[in-house]
Design a protein around this ligand. Structure first.
Ligand SMILES: Nc1ncnc2c1ncn2[C@@H]1O[C@H](COP(=O)(O)OP(=O)(O)OP(=O)(O)O)[C@@H](O)[C@H]1O
Ligand SMILES: [Mg+2]
Length: 313
């Protein structure tokens, strides 16, 4: 992804001016006062001397986040600083990242939420490969960082992993603010991002689209949701960049788009149109294989529609 992509993502936030205003106002009041911080530290110290978080838990990392999701924070999100994070298990080990299930809870009140923690790993082959295509032209200013990237040192690998986490968090923030069906981005710390868990309250993750065999009506409904989602991205000038039935979850009949670190700026990226075309081809092929008529899942028509939405025709 090019540097411009990330900057342009901020423009997506601009789509919702009242939201932005709320965020600005919120930012001023969100910081803890010194006093509150001291009080909290004392409380935590006291609790640690007492029994502290139960085994397997640690204090919520919300306060340590490098960045957080857009305001207003959703009502289901536990933001209290004396909440406890407990890791409940791994959802999926991937080539470039592992995804874990996390519970953030305030045991005293019974308030809790489930989160998906995506942790990028540095030492992976496909990561470097993907790096070459999507990050083309991206400027890395510090020469120490440049050298580390070139020589693939441990520091360089970690830096790449962090860049992917930063890119995915920015993509989720921008798309969520634009109204796209993506998980709410909760926070990022280094190479780890926390997002809304898409699944049931008992921790069962939503299936990927490719695992489903929808009947005709469901298939048509999912197709409509997908085209709507792609249109929202296109309106911001984007395409997913790695869209397939593997990167779409379906929960309660609703489609959710995931895995967005490589979000592609259709204009700024020299291969932008090719990425758009590939995304459309991938999903059209899957929907046709499941029985959606070719006249509906027609790549040429969908590409035209998306280019219209992007103002590129
Ligand atoms: N927010 C979420 N809620 C529930 N499950 C999720 C969530 N995010 C990711 N997952 C699960 O983890 C899997 C991997 O996530 P993702 O596609 O973002 O990572 P990845 O490293 O690209 O993995 P892969 O290489 O398998 O595509 C998803 O297919 C899905 O099953
Ligand atoms: Mg994926």
């Amino acid at each position: 992804m090019r540097e411009r992509d990330l900057e342009a993502l901020d423009d997506l936030d601009d789509l919702d001016a009242p939201d932005r205003e709320r965020m600005r106002r919120g930012r001023r009041t969100a910081r803890l006062t010194e006093q509150a911080r001291d009080r909290l530290a004392e409380q935590r110290e006291a609790a640690a001397l007492d029994d502290g978080p139960a085994e397997g838990g640690r204090w919520s990392s919300w306060d340590d986040a490098d960045e957080r999701g857009p305001r207003p924070y959703p009502g289901w999100l536990v933001t209290e600083l004396d909440a406890v994070d407990a890791e409940l298990g791994i959802l999926k080990a991937g080539k470039e990242a592992d995804v874990f299930l996390l519970e953030r809870a305030l045991p005293a009140t019974g308030r809790a939420c489930l989160l998906a923690a995506k942790r990028y790993r540095g030492a992976d082959h496909r990561l470097f490969h993907r790096d070459a295509g999507y990050l083309e032209g991206r400027r890395v200013k510090a020469s120490r960082e440049m050298r580390a990237l070139q020589h693939r040192t441990g520091f360089g690998r970690n830096l790449i992993a962090q860049q992917w986490a930063v890119a995915e968090f920015a993509a989720l923030r921008g798309l969520w603010a634009a109204g796209a069906p993506v998980p709410y981005p909760v926070q990022r710390i280094g190479t780890e991002l926390l997002m809304e868990f898409v699944g049931d309250a008992d921790g069962t993750a939503a299936p990927r689209l490719h695992q489903l065999r929808p009947d005709r009506r469901e298939l048509a409904g999912l197709w409509r949701q997908l085209v709507d989602a792609m249109a929202i991205l296109a309106r911001g000038g984007y395409t997913h960049g790695d869209l397939s039935a593997y990167n779409l979850l379906v929960h309660g009949g609703e489609l959710v788009m995931i895995d967005l670190p490589q979000l592609v700026d259709v204009v700024a990226n020299p291969q932008g149109l090719a990425f758009l075309r590939r995304d459309v081809d991938n999903v059209c092929t899957w929907f046709r294989s499941r029985g959606l008529p070719g006249g509906v899942a027609d790549p040429d028509r969908v590409v035209e529609l998306l280019l219209d939405e992007a103002g590129l025709r």
